[in-house]
Ligand binder design. Structure first.
Ligand SMILES: [Zn+2]
Length: 230
């Protein structure tokens, strides 16, 4: 759009910051500079043996792991994650993915990545929401880090074959989502970055990483937008 036309357009339909809802300046995209500066960053990528890496010790072998923001009940991160998941604000994930990637690039934190793989949603949830929020964070990371995004390697499904033989309680337990891989042999020896929105117990990422580890010589790294200590 011609600049003055875009100004004119913004006068009537101002683009707003996805975090604080203030009208954005022309050079700002999705998030205003004030909110960007105020993000509660963890700086985990600046430290050796950060809390995210330690969380996976003894569970699954991860090369490097980090989370961008610290989730606390008082911080805006709670609102960010809520908007990202339930208010159709997928661009917020994309923008924060890009901002995070710029910080990571400064110290070349994840080296020699071959692919970025978002933690998948179950197809039913994907249909309900219309998008996978982790994929949008991964998209932002992929763009700035210049590493291709891979969304068809890992998928989520239910175990259905054994359900009919189990009692009601067990069936409930069995509704736990499971992860599967497609054409894993194409990824032998690859260095992969797994991406999720928030890390709490690490159970989901552990399940994904364990599944991916069935691929020969694969290396797994982990990045999440937020970290909630429990
Ligand atoms: Zn703002």
């Amino acid at each position: 759009m011609i600049p003055y036309l875009s100004d004119f357009f913004n006068l009537f339909f101002p683009k707003i910051c996805l975090i604080c809802s203030r009208a954005l300046h022309m050079h700002e995209k999705h998030i205003c500079k004030l909110c960007e500066r105020a993000l509660p960053r963890s700086y985990f990528h600046m430290a050796n043996h950060n809390p995210v890496e330690k969380l996976f010790w003894g569970r699954v072998n991860i090369e490097k792991a980090s989370s961008y923001l610290l989730y606390t009940k008082e911080s805006k991160v709670k609102n960010i994650l809520h908007s990202l998941k339930y208010r159709q604000q997928k661009e917020l994930g994309y923008e924060l993915g890009k901002i995070y990637a710029r910080d990571l690039s400064e110290v070349n934190y994840f080296k020699n990545l071959d692919f970025i793989v978002p933690v998948p949603l179950h197809p039913r949830k994907f249909k309900e929401r219309g998008y996978n929020q982790s994929e949008w964070i991964a998209k932002g990371l992929s763009e700035v880090l210049s590493v291709p995004l891979k969304t068809d390697l890992l998928f989520k499904s239910y175990h259905t074959s054994t359900q009919t033989r189990k009692g009601r309680y067990q069936r409930w337990e069995n509704v736990e989502d499971v992860f599967n891989i497609v054409s894993g042999e194409k990824f032998e020896g690859c260095n992969i970055l797994l991406v999720d929105d928030v890390l709490t117990t690490g159970a989901t990422l552990e399940a994904c990483a364990k599944k991916l580890k069935s691929i020969k010589d694969i290396k797994i790294n982990v990045a999440t937008l937020a970290y909630a200590s429990i």
